[in-house]
Design a protein around this ligand. Structure first.
Ligand code: HEC
Ligand code: HEC
Ligand code: HEC
Ligand code: HEC
Length: 121
C-alpha cells in the first residue's frame, strides 16, 4: 500500500525531473545559426537551391573563398558590390554567381554545371 510519505517523495521526484528538463532544454537548445543553412535564389532562370551549410561543412570550403572581400574579413551579400548590371571591372550579380558557382564546380570536376541541374523549373 502506498503511504502518504511515498506519495510525497514521488511528487518531489517528479518536480525535480521537470525542473531539470526545463533547465537542460534552455541550456542545450542550439542558438539560431548565424550563417544560412540553405538559400533559395529566386530569379528569371528558375529557382536555385544552394546548400550553404553543406558547402561550408561537408565540402570544407573556406568562407573567404566565396565571400571574397577586398576590405575586411566580413561576409556581405554579393549584391552589396555586384549590382544588376556590371562592367569589365566588376561583374554583375548574375555573372558573379555563374562565374563563382560554376567556375568552382568545373575546376574541381564535380558539382552541377548544366543550367537545369542548378535551376529548377
Ligand atoms: C561556396 C560559397 C560559400 C561559402 C564557402 C560560404 N558562403 Fe556564405 N554565402 C554564400 C552566398 C552565395 C550567399 C548569398 C549571398 C547573396 O544572397 O548575395 C551567402 C550568404 C551568407 C550570409 C548571409 C548574408 C550576409 O553576408 O549577411 C552569411 C552570414 C554567410 N554567408 C556567412 C558565411 C560564413 C560564416 C561562411 C564560412 C563558415 C560562409 N558564409 C561560407 C556563399 C558561400
Ligand atoms: C566588398 C565588395 C564585394 C563583395 C561583397 C563581393 N564581391 Fe565579388 N568582386 C568585387 C570586386 C571589386 C571584383 C573585381 C575585382 C576582383 O576581381 O577582385 C569582384 C570580382 C568577382 C568575381 C570575378 C573574379 C575574377 O577573378 O574574375 C567573381 C566571380 C565574384 N566577384 C563573385 C562574388 C560573389 C559570388 C560574391 C558573394 C558571395 C561576391 N563576389 C561578393 C567585390 C565584391
Ligand atoms: C569553391 C568551390 C565551390 C563553390 C564556389 C560552389 N560550389 Fe557547389 N559544390 C562544390 C562541391 C565540392 C560540391 C560537391 C560535389 C559532389 O558531391 O560531387 C558541390 C555541389 C553542389 C550542388 C549539388 C549538391 C548540393 O550540395 O546541393 C549544388 C546544387 C551546388 N553545388 C550549387 C552551388 C551554387 C548555387 C553555388 C554558388 C552560389 C556553388 N555551388 C558554389 C563546390 C563549390
Ligand atoms: C552552379 C549553378 C548554376 C548553373 C550551372 C547555372 N546557373 Fe544561372 N544562376 C545561378 C545563380 C546562383 C543565380 C543567381 C541568383 C540570384 O541572383 O539570386 C543565377 C541566375 C541566373 C539568371 C538570372 C539572371 C538575372 O539577371 O536575373 C538566369 C537567366 C540564369 N541564371 C540562366 C542560366 C543558364 C541559361 C544557365 C546555363 C547556361 C545557368 N543559368 C547555369 C546558378 C546557376
Amino acid at each position: 500500500m502506498t503511504s502518504q510519505r511515498d506519495l510525497k517523495i514521488a511528487i518531489i521526484i517528479m518536480i525535480i525531473t521537470l525542473i531539470t528538463g526545463i533547465v537542460c532544454y534552455a541550456a542545450f537548445t542550439p542558438p539560431a545559426p548565424e550563417e544560412p543553412l540553405r538559400i533559395m535564389f529566386q530569379n528569371k532562370g528558375g529557382k536555385v537551391l544552394f546548400t550553404h551549410s553543406v558547402h561550408t561543412g561537408d565540402y570544407s570550403i573556406d568562407c573567404l573563398d566565396c565571400h571574397h572581400n577586398i576590405e575586411d574579413d566580413e561576409t556581405y551579400n554579393c549584391s552589396a558590390c555586384h549590382e544588376e548590371t556590371g562592367d569589365e571591372d566588376l561583374p554583375s550579380r548574375a555573372d558573379a554567381f555563374h562565374a563563382q558557382c560554376k567556375g568552382c564546380h568545373e575546376e574541381i570536376g564535380s558539382g552541377p554545371v548544366e543550367c537545369n541541374s542548378c535551376h529548377l523549373k
